[in-house]
Design a protein around this ligand. Structure first.
Ligand SMILES: [Zn+2]
Length: 376
């Protein structure tokens, strides 16, 4: 080959390398983001062709208030995150590239608190904010490209495809993209990252990140046990115990205590009733009558129970102090029947104490059963 021509080729190749090195960042990044949004918008049309969007203002307000609070604290701010409710009864939520997030009506019925809903939304926001769909497609693309070793054209494509999501996305149809988002999922790595990211972002909001744990743990335990709930995708692809354990680990690492009662707002309550012409207070927990006394004492008993509950009271800490006729936990007397209480309940003090103790124990047991959580 002519020396001058060869030199020319080398110079040309060098110029390409320089262009490839200089061109990226800002321009590529902008194109990448715009393309993600464009693909997401195409998928939005497909999703809303398949399912009806719920317009109920109250429900939308709830989802939007929580969703926007989280969207405001994520690291990726170039998306205008939107939240819509689909009129579908199975428990599911998903997000499309570009920050279009959907929650099924069935999921709204299933969550027990705003903290749990915040956990679900934060997980979906993280999928979009961390560009999981693009990453998944790019990774699969790279793997197949490495098969053609020494194909210079492939190397050129790889160089230029660093920020080229158009190329990556083109391997998928909009329908396939929707299918991955709604049903197939983005793979274990992306799910773990979305769980960890969700906890990180929730910590920046007023929502309790432990809500994510209670939701996932319940879903993982119940998905095959409750015929009254349509678990949809979780019926065939249940959330693994491994994933729940990891969420627990992330919370521990970030020093976030898991107190199910705080997340689910579980409290004992006092009901005012009339008995023989006078007002009395009945203390309930988990729909079980624990104690019946005068209204002021009932309020005090309920308050003591709640403070212990929210300080993570365990069933084994509950003691029946027969010598002093008291129900006690952590050396704190919870219920101390008086002769008046015994008369009101038509029994003896020792019997009333034993009944209160048994009632509270049963309530704690039923609490664990209902929440599908093991006693920690
Ligand atoms: Zn996910």
């Amino acid at each position: 080959m002519d020396k001058a021509v060869r030199l020319h080729i080398i110079r040309f190749a060098l110029a390409w390398v320089v262009v490839a090195m200089l061109a990226p960042s800002a321009a590529w990044a902008k194109m990448k983001i715009e393309n993600e949004i464009k693909k997401g918008q195409e998928a939005v049309v497909e999703v809303e062709k398949e399912s009806k969007v719920v317009t109920d203002p109250e429900l939308n307000k709830r989802v939007n208030t929580i969703g926007q609070a989280i969207a405001a604290v994520v690291d990726e701010k170039r998306f205008a995150y939107t939240f819509k409710i689909l009129d579908e009864k199975d428990v599911n939520a998903f997000s499309l590239p570009g920050g279009f997030i959907y929650v099924n009506k069935g999921l709204l019925d299933y969550v027990r608190s705003d903290d749990e809903l915040a956990g679900v939304l934060a997980h979906e926001i993280t999928h979009a904010a961390h560009h999981h769909m693009v990453q998944m497609i790019e990774e699969q693309g790279k793997m197949s490209k490495w098969m053609d070793v020494l194909n210079l054209a492939v190397i050129a494509v790889m160089m230029s495809s660093k920020g080229n999501t158009e190329g990556a996305f083109n391997v998928l149809t909009t329908l396939q993209l929707v299918q991955i988002a709604k049903v197939t999922g983005l793979g274990r790595k992306a799910e773990f990252d979305a769980d960890a990211g969700a906890i990180k972002y929730l910590k920046r909001t007023g929502y309790n990140p432990a809500g994510m744990y209670t939701f996932m743990a319940r879903l993982s335990n119940e998905a095959r046990l409750r015929p009254d709930v349509d678990y949809g995708i979780f019926q065939t692809h249940p959330i693994s115990a491994d994933r729940v354990a990891r969420i627990e680990g992330y919370l521990e690492e970030m020093n976030i205590p898991i107190n199910t009662r705080v997340v689910l707002n579980l409290k004992s309550t006092v009901k005012s009733v009339q008995q023989n012409g006078r007002e009395i207070g009945e203390v309930y927990y988990q729909d079980k009558l624990i104690y019946k006394t005068d209204p002021a004492t009932a309020a005090e008993v309920s308050d003591r129970i709640n403070r212990l509950l929210w300080a993570n009271l365990k069933t084994y800490e509950l003691k029946l102090d027969k010598a002093r006729n008291m129900v006690v936990a952590r050396n704190i007397p919870i219920i101390t029947p008086t002769p008046q209480d015994a008369a009101l309940n038509d029994t003896t003090i020792p019997d009333l104490t034993a009944r209160a103790y048994a009632g509270l124990r049963q309530a704690l047991y039923s609490e664990y059963v209902k929440n599908g959580l093991s006693q920690r």
